[in-house]
Structures are given as structure tokens and as C-alpha cells.
Design a protein around this ligand. Structure first.
Ligand SMILES: *Cc1c(COP(=O)(O)O)cnc(C)c1O
Length: 363
């Protein structure tokens, strides 16, 4: 069986070494030494000044919205994982969806200004599949209208934009370190900002708002993470370069096999290089997508309609909104299996099955 993704597991001996130390110290959670070590090593790896390790990417989004004290409307993308939108609603704000660009599959920066009202406080954009948004245009718009920017960079671990970590952009960027992501700590998230006072605020909020023994400086929640998760993050960090190299090799093999596929691939931002977190294709029709899924499924190969349906029409707690490009793309986009243990032979099998299905599909 081939799943769409499979979490990376390091050699268990590597992990056990850290676990033995946890047993010796008997410090299990609450910003312990491994969590601090992970934060330090990530800053070094990503060349960043400020970040904190939190429970998961969703809590990171919620803390980002809170730390920036956002109110009213937040302009966002309908083509993302549900947590991007649900965090906005959870924090009592209103998501305002802007359609995506059909080539990058990111929010269309040229359509943002038309969605701004006097109630808009921020733009929350996702770097979809790790592909950076039109960061310069978004910054210009935010500056002109005095809006904050949050980037949902859950897919963008290790991505650079103009020679710097993509996490440096926006008032806050968040990342998810969930088991299914390119780099993970089982569960986990990161909050990244260039502003030390904002980071301090988010760090207080992560720990119930407790500033000192018996002192409360902020409204807070439990956004901490444990030493066990930090240990997984520390071990996996040693393998990230390997993981990306392997995914790159598999992706290039897909490219060769799918040269004549009836569909197209999202275009990557020219100021950046891919991290190979996903392998998406936009097929020519939804029928072809369904046929491909069926054929692969018969062979125990599982793909994922990521992201389908459009968040602007699928959520029972929001008024549905039609956005022509998102509605069209989300029906036709498919993510193919891509993970560290996948083999070139398996990629070849998948591409052969896709081409066979395409030849058997009525046009
Ligand atoms: C995974 C993901 C999240 C949520 O992260 P968790 O760590 O699972 O809470 C948010 N946004 C996007 C785009 C994601 O892919």
C-alpha cells in the first residue's frame, strides 16, 4: 500500500538517547531543556533571531492573531488547510476570502485591495505547498492600508525567499511541525517574528499569561509543548537535509514520468526554491482526477484532494462564497504520494498508472 504521506521516523536509537535523558532529569514539559535546545537549534538552522516552539500550528495561528490583537475582518485564502480559516473564526474575527492565482495557487495579491474595508485588520495568507506568496506586493498593500500580515507557513519549512528564511516575512509567520509535514516533532508549531516584544507577548500567552511566580501579565492559554516532542524535533533536524534531498529526487522522477500529463503544475515563486513538501498536479478535468484516483486506489495507492473543497464554500459556520478560480482548481488538484521511504520504482508505477488512465479517459 502507498499512502499519500508517511511520517518520517528516525532510527529509534537516536530518539532513545534523548528519552533516557528525560528520565534522568524528570522534566517532562513546560519549556524544558530540550524545548529550549530545539528553539536554539532551529534558529541556527533557519538563521532566525526569534522563534518559539508551541503545541501545534493551529495554536500558533491562534496565538499570532491574539498577540497582534486583531479584530474585525481578516483577508485570507480559501485554498488552504481548514485551520487557516477556523483560527480566524475561533479568535472572533471574520475571514474575508480573496480568490487565488491559478498559477501559484496562492492568494491573488492583485485582488486583495478590493476586499479591504474599514473593518479590515490583517491579511492571513498561506504559502501553499511551501511556495511563497507575492510577499512584496502583500507588504506594499499592508503598509498602505495599515494592516498586519500573518503568513501561514505550515508547508514552508526550510524555504528561502530572496536569500532569507521565508519565516522572516510578515509581522508573524507560523509553521506546523505535525507528523505529516516535511520536518516534524510529532505534534508541534512555531511562531516566528522579527519583533522581540511581539515574541515576548506570544511567549507569555503560551504559558497562561504567567510572567513571574504568582503574576499574570496577559490573558493566556496552554500553548506549551513537551520534552518528548522536542526530542523528536531535535533528532529529525539532523535528517532534514536528507529528507529534502530524497523528496527532490522523487519529485524530479515524477516530473519526468508526467511530462505529457493532461494538466499543469503550480509555478514556484522565482525568488525562491522548492522544498518538495508536496507533489500537486492540477489535472485538466475533475473527471480525469476521479478516474486517476480510482485507478490508483485499485492498486492500493492513495492520493489526496488537497485542498478540496474550497474553504469559502465548505464550512457550515460561514456563508458560502463562490470564487471562480478556487472553485475550479480545488476540483482538479491532486497531491501524489511523496515521503522519505517512497521509492523511484513506486513513483514510476504511479506515473504509468496516471498516463494509462488518461489514455482511457473519454475526452
Ligand atoms: C498542517 C497545517 C496547519 C495546522 O497545523 P497543526 O500543527 O496540524 O495544527 C495549518 N495550516 C496549514 C496550511 C497546514 O497545512
Amino acid at each position: 500500500m502507498i499512502q499519500v504521506t508517511k511520517p518520517f521516523l528516525p532510527p529509534v536509537e537516536d530518539y532513545k538517547k534523548y528519552i533516557d535523558k528525560i528520565w534522568q532529569r524528570q522534566w517532562l514539559t513546560n519549556m524544558g531543556p530540550l524545548s529550549s535546545e530545539l528553539e536554539m537549534q532551529l534558529k541556527e538552522f533557519l538563521n532566525l533571531d526569534h522563534l518559539i516552539f508551541v503545541t501545534n500550528g493551529t495554536v500558533a495561528l491562534q496565538l499570532a492573531i491574539r498577540a497582534l490583537d486583531l479584530k474585525g475582518e481578516i483577508i485570507t485564502t480559501p485554498f488552504s488547510f481548514v485551520a487557516t480559516t477556523s483560527s480566524i473564526v475561533w479568535e472572533g474575527c471574520t475571514p474575508v476570502f480573496v480568490d487565488i492565482d491559478k498559477n501559484s495557487l496562492n492568494i491573488d495579491a492583485d485582488k486583495i485591495e478590493a476586499a479591504i474595508t474599514e473593518n479590515t485588520s490583517a491579511i492571513l495568507a498561506t504559502h501553499v505547498y511551501g511556495n511563497p506568496c507575492e510577499i512584496d506586493k502583500i507588504e506594499e498593500i499592508a503598509k498602505k492600508h495599515n494592516l498586519k500580515i500573518i503568513y501561514d507557513a505550515a508547508h514552508a519549512f526550510a524555504v528561502q525567499y530572496k536569500g532569507k528564511s521565508v519565516f522572516e516575512y510578515g509581522d508573524i509567520s507560523i509553521c506546523s511541525l505535525h507528523a505529516t509535514k516535511l520536518y516534524h516533532s510529532t505534534e508541534g508549531g512555531l511562531i516566528i517574528t522579527k519583533d522581540p516584544s511581539l515574541l515576548k507577548k506570544a511567549a507569555l500567552m503560551r504559558n497562561f499569561g504567567i510572567s513571574d511566580f504568582n503574576k499574570f501579565a496577559e490573558l493566556g492559554i496552554n500553548g506549551k509543548n513537551s520534552e518528548f516532542h522536542a526530542a523528536m524535533g531535535l533528532v529529525n533536524l539532523k535528517y532534514v537535509d536528507d529528507i529534502i534531498a530524497k523528496r527532490r529526487e522523487l519529485s524530479l522522477q515524477y516530473n519526468i514520468g508526467l511530462k505529457n500529463v493532461k494538466g499543469y503544475f503550480p509555478t514556484w515563486n522565482t525568488n525562491s526554491d522548492p522544498n518538495f513538501a508536496y507533489y500537486p498536479i492540477v489535472l485538466q478535468t475533475e473527471q480525469l482526477l476521479l478516474n486517476v484516483m480510482e485507478e490508483l486506489g485499485k492498486n492500493q495507492i492513495f492520493t489526496r484532494r488537497y485542498f478540496y473543497p474550497s474553504l469559502a464554500s465548505a464550512l457550515p459556520y460561514l456563508e458560502p462564497k463562490d470564487l471562480p478560480i478556487t472553485d475550479d482548481i480545488s476540483k482538479r488538484v491532486l497531491c501524489l504520494p511523496l515521503y522519505y521511504d517512497l521509492t523511484i520504482e513506486e513513483v514510476n508505477l504511479i506515473t504509468r498508472l496516471i498516463l494509462r488512465t488518461q489514455n482511457n479517459t473519454q475526452w
